[in-house]
Design a binder for this molecule. Sequence first.
Ligand code: NAD
Length: 245
Amino acid sequence: MVKNKVVVVTGGTRGIGYEIVRLFKENGANVILFGSKEESVNKAQETLKKDGYEVDGFYPNLSSFEEVEITFKEIVKKYGRIDILINNAGISANKKIDDTTSKEFADIMDINVTAIFNTTKAVVPHMKENGGGVILNTSSMVSIYGQPAGVGYPSSKFAVNGLTKSLARELAPYNIRVNAVAPGVTNTDMIASLPKEQIEPLIKSIPLGRIGEPRDIANAFLFLASDMASYITGNILSVDGAARS
Ligand code: NAD
């Protein structure tokens, strides 16, 4: 579905992003993964190599537009273009507002929102030059009703939906589609780090009766990236077993 496409995946070293990288490789794409550190990028590349998948890796500071821009220019120099950008890197929060500092709030907005602005701003000129492209963002089910703690996290995901819907309208004339996937509770390190009291009631309330697996989420990204979704833009696709928080 994405054969020979050039795809950049941020937060591709583990969890949902790693599964997206694997699935897109299985489907014949040229994938470039971004991570936060050299060690985690190397580790993901080694694991993928054992399964026969060669993947380039970078670790630009996503908060710096200049660093991201230089990295994308390097990728375009090597691959000729970028067809698909998947903005998946993200961090969560679970503290009550009394215990949350403004810096912690700003840090979440920085990686979950400003980083998407930076990567998107850096990729758009290349996509325009190439006659089009696909930009996919990772939102969350908490972007619908919020959550009872860690206010920065749902706030950031509401902003991801705003970026997605607005840029879909702005970039449609250039044949650039922009969509988001809103996962429910998914089996990754992000969830493992949350207290059981917070997670167990959530899982019990999922109508499909189970937690999501990274592959469930990656499948939605593959569909939205492919030409099967050629008339879909500005959409937030829930993949959450009907949980919706
Ligand atoms: P994870 O913690 O397993 O992976 C997060 C990824 O983001 C890693 O690859 C990490 O390198 C990258 N990252 C984190 N901070 C970074 C930084 N400062 N700079 C660059 N990269 C950074 O989490 P996950 O569960 O796979 O989450 C992936 C995305 O899915 C996130 O946007 C998250 O908000 C979203 N999401 C997750 C769930 C869930 O239940 N796991 C539910 C809804 C949405």
